[in-house]
Write a protein that binds this ligand. Structure first.
Ligand code: BGC
Length: 679
């Protein structure tokens, strides 16, 4: 029966791409007609949300009330639902098809609850491990984040649910987020911080964009014409609507919000309301047509998604959706990253092999906190997952600190550590070091047992310097979602071969991070009579691995890194001209003793650049599943755009003709083959 239900939902997922995603001329015309029938007051009321997560309905015009819900790793707000592995874990799977399925499943979970707009994905670039919301986002690399975002959005929208990409833009810290301006130069914004948003608009046709709390170059994001008008609408051709989730502080002025390009003020109209706008319209400072345009943007999107013509609630989908559970499990399996393995893993079953599980996260599945926290219908902790491995396994769980005797008598000790919704969350930053007492706990276990396996739950890098070399294995579990305990237990037991890779560099010391000396806000500066604190993005385009490679600093674990229980060899590479770029072709062979999957990465580096460029940048990747002993020919296409940089003189992406190195590897620091091409 279960298999049958799963087959049905898989079919529904495959058949899912039936909903229009592009806004057509017809949609625009129909919206314009509706706008023409609305009174000025109705229009003003329409551009402010109500009851926290709704756009109001207008019954006489057949416009239904529209429901929103967070995002990004499950449907939230007054409901329990599937808790998926968090955004950064999705990126760590490097599996585009699986992230697309995550989107489809999220879309189905939304439909099962009558949710029209999902407030995800979040794609702010991981600049430092300190940012409290890294777990929601998709890592440090703009190309990887773009691929994950595009697939997530296409999946969600294929189910007739609008996705919302957030937070536009440069919301790379949570510390003092309402008051700090992220000050970055044009090239840095375009090369590092914009690409995921741009791909979401141009390629995935994302329906809505949410602005960020922070200011960008001295202007509030929700009122920022450079972001909203110049880039989003004029350059990328965005036709959906821009919303701010203001929480009382991200919109500041009715006039600036209207002029800046904001369409919808959430959760209610603190600025864009009749009291504020009518006098401005009467005074001729705002033209009614400017209000019309906002209503038009909202309505044409709702029409394109069919919200005026059908019910959003789909009762045929169960709230505890079998397909979503299956996707959640597979995503947890594919996103965990094996960082270190000195022979301790996979664990060997047997009555004499007693495994002791300890640590604050042993019996819970933590999730990051704030608006990204989802209440699952159920969850499987690591303790439950280990016990579910079967009768051959002897697993005991220590409540609190085990005795030395318990540690000495165990054949292996798993220490489950990390953060949770109270220690890593929205609206504050977190520490680089693990929460209090956890380092000591690992050291204590390592002092009394030679096979210590550390499982970490966190949104990014943590300080491992005290114990990294003293333990036998380290598994990065991120926040793995409701099926996480089962997935990680199966990885520890070797039933699942780990295949996740890091979507960010893990630094040895916080000071090594390229943003370190720029991260915290400077003293207030004054611009146009307005005083604000600011963060200078002084590392520019050299963030993440681009920065480590430039400075010659070796991170603890590099971007793109992750171990497997098998081994892969790369051979026979060549680059063949294809379209406006090249196909990079090579042979990948599984030469180890197990079936497994490898994420192959292609980086591009310009040989004689005319401006400063990173040594290499990720421009393509493929995840290939191979049985032991098997080989496959892998092709990764590089379009001409993969060779370009952003030129501040022409304000556009340009190609500097010449030679480029093509690096093919298993991580950013483990390059197996190098080719050279002429562009
Ligand atoms: C968050 C958004 C979220 C919204 C609604 C805001 O505080 O920054 O990411 O979608 O709240 O919960």
């Amino acid at each position: 029966m279960k298999k049958f239900l799963l087959a049905i939902s898989l079919f529904a997922a495959a058949a899912g791409a039936v909903f229009a995603q592009s806004i057509t001329q017809e949609d625009c015309d129909r919206a314009r007609e509706l706008v023409s029938q609305m009174t000025l007051r109705e229009k003003i009321d329409y551009i402010g949300g109500y009851d926290k997560f709704y756009i109001r309905g207008i019954e006489r015009l057949g416009i239904p009330q529209i429901r929103m819900a967070d995002g990004p790793q499950g449907v939230r707000n007054n409901t329990r639902s599937t808790l998926f592995a968090c955004g950064v874990a999705a990126a760590a799977s490097w599996n585009e098809a699986l992230v697309r399925e995550m989107g489809v499943a999220l879309g189905q979970d939304s439909r099962a609850r009558g949710v029209h707009i999902l407030l995800g994905p979040g794609v702010n670039i991981y600049r430092s491990p300190l940012c409290g919301r890294n777990f929601e986002y998709m890592g440090e690399d703009p190309y990887l984040a773009s691929r994950a975002a595009v697939n997530y959005i296409k999946g969600v929208q294929s189910q007739g649910v609008m996705a919302t990409i957030k937070h536009f833009a440069l919301n790379n810290q949570e510390y003092d987020r309402h008051h700090v301006s992220s000050d970055a130069d044009e090239r840095t914004m375009n090369e590092i911080y914009f690409p995921a948003f741009r791909a979401a608009v141009e390629e995935a046709k994302v329906a809505s964009v949410m602005t960020s709390y922070n200011l960008v170059n001295g202007v509030h994001a929700a009122e920022n014409p450079v972001l909203i008008r110049e880039n989003l609408r004029d350059r990328w051709g965005f036709k959906g609507f821009v919303m701010s989730v203001s929480d009382w502080t991200s919109t500041y002025s009715a006039l600036a919000s209207v002029k800046g390009g904001l369409d919808l003020e959430m959760p209610q109209a603190w600025c864009m309301n009749s009291d504020e706008l009518l006098p401005l319209i009467e005074a001729g400072l705002i033209d009614e047509s400017e209000i019309d345009a906002k209503v038009q943007n909202i309505l044409q999107t709702l029409i394109a998604f069919g919200f005026l013509d059908r019910e959003q609630l789909d009762r045929s989908i169960s709230e505890d959706n079998a397909y979503s559970r299956d996707v959640a499990y597979r995503l947890s399996c594919e996103s965990a990253v094996l960082l270190r393995n000195e022979g301790a893993l996979p664990l060997k079953p047997g009555r004499r092999n007693k495994v002791l599980l300890m640590g604050p996260n042993a019996s819970v599945i933590p999730c990051g906190g704030g608006s990204g926290r989802v209440d699952p219908i159920y969850s499987i902790s690591l303790a439950e997952g280990m016990k579910g491995l079967g009768r051959n396994w002897s697993v005991s769980v220590a409540d609190g600190k085990p005795s030395v005797k318990e540690l000495e008598s165990a054949s292996a000790v798993i220490v489950s550590v990390g953060f949770n919704s109270k220690t890593e969350k929205e609206n504050s930053d977190r520490t680089f070091s693990l929460p209090e007492g956890q380092d000591e706990l690992i050291e204590y276990a390592a002092a009394h047992n030679r096979k210590v396996i550390v499982v970490i739950y966190a949104g990014g890098a943590v300080d491992m310097s005290r114990w990294k070399d003293k333990v036998s294995a380290i598994v990065m579990g991120w926040y793995p979602g409701q099926e996480g305990g089962k997935a990680i237990a199966n990885i520890l037991a070797g039933k699942v071969n780990p295949s996740g890779k890091l979507p960010m560099s893990f630094e040895s010391r916080l000071e090594d991070n390229p943003s370190w000396k720029w991260y915290y806000p400077r003293e207030p500066k004054t611009k146009r009579g307005f005083s604000y604190r600011y963060v200078t993005y002084g590392e520019g385009i050299f963030s993440g691995y681009r920065g480590y490679e430039k400075a010659g600093i070796e991170p603890a674990y590099p971007f793109g890194y992750g171990l497997s229980y098998t081994e892969f060899e790369y051979s026979g590479s060549k680059c063949i001209k294809s379209g406006d770029g090249y196909d990079v072709v090579f042979t990948l062979s599984n030469v180890g003793g197990r079936d497994g999957a490898e994420v192959s990465q292609v980086y591009v580096g310009e040989k004689n650049p005319c401006v400063k460029r990173p040594l290499k940048e990720l421009k393509g990747f493929a995840k290939t599943v191979l049985r032991k002993g098997a080989s496959a020919r892998v092709t990764i296409h590089l379009p001409a755009s993969a060779f370009e940089y952003y030129d501040v003189k022409s304000h556009d992406w340009v190609l500097n003709p010449g030679y480029f190195n093509i690096y093919i590897g298993s991580s950013s620091a483990d390059i197996r083959l190098v080719e050279e091409v002429l562009m």
